[in-house]
Design a protein around this ligand. Structure first.
Ligand code: FAD
Length: 222
């Protein structure tokens, strides 16, 4: 299996960093090919602008989706975007590793989606959801939280985590055709003992070694 891991955390020694490295190692050990996008290390530019394109159709008024369609036609995406799209086109499974920030993706990862999920090349022209460009590929969110599991349930303080993740599962991944696997969620790693965290890393590695056997989940409607 070909696996792309897209990862962002500002601190390489973080628990997210440990999960990222653990995933790379476990997947390679299990015989998979792995490519990575370590967005912090890459200093990935998350801001959509004219810099998304080598040439633009209308230099006087920036209409991103029209320019994305044009860039698809004339193959003029900026290299930092084109190389990311090629990695997605290459992979069978895409994993996003991140800390939950403000109930969503941290800004750099969100900006990666803004720039890389480009109209024409990645979606559009009737190719969305079941007819999406990336149908047949699977995606996995692997994230950490600050809050405990008890507050991420229906009726709990923060509400059902599945509802919080739905804009990512449905609005981003399924929108462009991915099947979504059950998310890997580590609640409040900062409040665990070191032994608990080590066990979580081991369990994650064991899951990834068998991940090719997993089926997609229903992300619900909420
Ligand atoms: P870290 O603090 O880096 O790691 C936790 C512990 O694991 C540390 O003690 C570290 O030393 C240890 N560790 C590292 N590597 C290993 C290893 N190999 N083995 C064992 N232990 C190891 N939380 C929410 O719940 N909801 C929100 O909406 C939310 N919004 C946020 C917004 C912002 C802007 C910020 C800054 C935080 C927010 N948080 C929120 C909290 C955030 O999600 C958590 O702080 C984060 O997910 C914890 O993961 P981490 O990788 O940063 O943990």
């Amino acid at each position: 299996m070909k696996v792309l891991i897209v990862y962002w955390h500002p601190e390489p020694q973080s628990f997210n960093g440990a999960m990222f490295r653990q995933a790379c190692e476990a997947l390679v050990d299990a015989g998979n090919e792995v490519k990575t996008s370590d967005l912090h290390e890459m200093n990935f530019n998350p801001i959509s602008s004219r810099q998304n394109f080598k040439t633009v159709k209308d230099p006087n008024y920036l209409k991103l989706q029209l320019e994305e369609k044009y860039a698809t036609e004339v193959n003029s995406f900026a290299e930092d975007i084109n190389s990311e799209i090629e990695k997605i086109e290459w992979c069978d499974l895409m994993i996003w590793q991140f800390p939950l920030w403000w109930f969503g993706l941290p800004a750099v990862l969100k900006g990666w989606v803004d720039r890389v999920f480009a109209m024409g090349r990645v979606y559009g022209g009737g190719r969305i959801y079941e007819t999406g460009v990336f149908q047949g590929k699977r995606a996995l969110l692997s994230l950490t939280t600050g809050g405990g599991e008890d507050i991420y349930i229906k009726g709990g303080f923060n509400g059902d985590i599945n509802g919080i993740l739905r804009p990512i599962h449905r609005g981003m991944l399924q929108f462009v055709g991915f099947d979504v696997l059950a998310p890997e969620i580590v609640y409040a790693p900062v409040r665990m003992t070191n032994e608990q965290r080590v066990k979580i890393l081991e369990n994650y590695a064991a899951r990834l070694k068998e991940i090719s056997k997993e089926s997609a989940i229903n992300v619900g409607t909420y």
